[in-house]
Write a protein that binds this ligand. Sequence first.
Ligand code: DOR
Ligand code: ZN
Length: 433
Amino acid sequence: MTSWLIKGANLLGRETVDVLIDDGTVREVGAIGARPGSRVVDADGQVLLPGLVDLHTHLREPGREDAETVASGSRAAALGGYTAVCAMANTDPVADTAGVVEQVYSLGQAAGYVDVQPIGAVTVGLAGQRLAELGAMASSAAKVRVFSDDGHCVSDARLMRRALEYVKAFDGVIAQHAQEPSLTAGAQLHEGAVAAKLGLTGWPAVAEEAIIARDALLAGHVGSRLHVCHVSTAGSVDILRWAKSSGWNVTAEVCPHHLLLTDALATTYDPVYKVNPPLRTQSDVDALRAGLAEGVIDIVATDHAPHTTEDKECEWAAAPPGMLGLETALGVVGETMVATGLIDWDGVAERMSRRPARIAGLDRHGHDPAPGVTANLTLVDPGAAWTVDPAALSGPSRNTPFRGITLSSKVTTTFFNGQPTVLEGALTEGSKR
Ligand code: DOR
Ligand code: ZN
């Protein structure tokens, strides 16, 4: 296996270091002289982070390989600086058995660009009626620890309680798509002034907030772990603050699109801006940024949701919700959180690598470079302005809401298990094990 020497990297935006990687592992960090036999990566002016970890990725395989595959999503993830992604369960068939999660897991291993950690469904077929085989998925080769019906809410309180109780035995976590379905029937966008003007049915903030409050109470009651997916409203931040101050084991994520975009974009009627939960208002965006800086929202997760052009480019009401996110997440967080002074690069490492790795139980990820640590690392150029071009994205889908937006930071290199999956901004062969 090639040995690598990263020269002159800016570790977490702080001191300048060299990093020696050999046999998949970080060997030395500091001022390192020439090492014959090691290939050199010139990282002058670049920020070195632990490899990014996405807790919320839709890979669409099995079932919708025309929109994304495990391999294509893995490549997009590597280009975005990720070394691990958690694959959501809303595939076809649904990832609600040991067989399906093992299939997704081994497709990830075969692709070799990132660790693909399957998420298991909470209920059979995401139907919200009966618990899926949570224990069988946990003890399978895929070692599932995160369970979610994402795309759907586990709206039955008794079932949610049972799920929280069940996963406690193996330190699992239920990741809830918080949306009270009786309040969102027919909803098309955020319920507010824009929806009223366009005459479309709105998606009230309370539909999200009511479920988060209920589930926080349930998690506290049961003494189990709850993770809240894609928090999108200012009120949700307040409820999470209350849940955390009550000492309950509740974590939450926010998506890049909710940190940057608002429901004003719906006036274009372009379905690329349709997502669940919907884009909200500027005051929600401001509260989400503040909540993420404060730590009330723990992490950034992409909710990378590929849809084919055929499916997505139709009238607003008929279009499926969802946005691409893997290749743009770091850049959007750089713009909304770092350039604004809300967090520094160490704060990015915390929210996009260390904490998501801890929530998902991914032990080989989320570690700062230090001797003995698995070399999962990301280099970011903080001054490489680039404009998002859907045609230049790596996968088969094109539904990025960030098209035409200029981002100032770009991932240049991703090391996965000690080998670059991305070098000088381009994919390599991957680091097949
Ligand atoms: O916008 C979304 N798209 N939200 C979800 O919860 C599911 C996702 C998808 O699978 O497309
Ligand atoms: Zn969701």
